[in-house]
Design a protein. Sequence first.
Length: 194
Amino acid sequence: MIDLMQWGAVLGFQPCPGRRPELKAGSLRLAAITPEMLRAEQEEDAAMLGTLLRARLTEEWPPVDWEPHVHKMIQKQYDEWPASLGWHRYVVLHGGLGRPRTLVGAIGGFPRPYGDVEIGYSTLPAFQRRGYATAAARSLMEWLLTQDGVRSVSAQAYLHVPESIKVMQRCGMSYLGEGDDPGTVRYGKMRLPE
């Protein structure tokens, strides 16, 4: 079975030497998390993470649904596939241009079979229902659909989290059926033919 790092090579993802990739979505900035930022998160060093991001962190960071094993998976990606910077994990920042930046959520994607990339997103409770998750997901999805080897973008959500399903629908994703886990559904969007 092909693993995540091999999928990255198959998809032809290229490194971004000397810079940290950043996507924009209106007043939001999606900053690719670096290995140093990841270490600060693992060590629950909010002050260091805030310094590295040049942003304010609220007491709600990290998101409640952020699972610690994901840190290890991302660190393994950095170690084995340095080009993954900008691929799988972004923090969502609000503000800038004279206003302080605040960390409001996280988003990322990982390769799946047949050229699909699954995205996941989370917004801190104080910043929910403001359209941030939709804007961030749409920005990441649009960028992914321009990358070589990416044929589609998908996402999953539990049926008991209708807000997450609405994000997928607002991003133009269509219902694809049941998700991987019981009680989940999958939505997706195909890349338009060139």
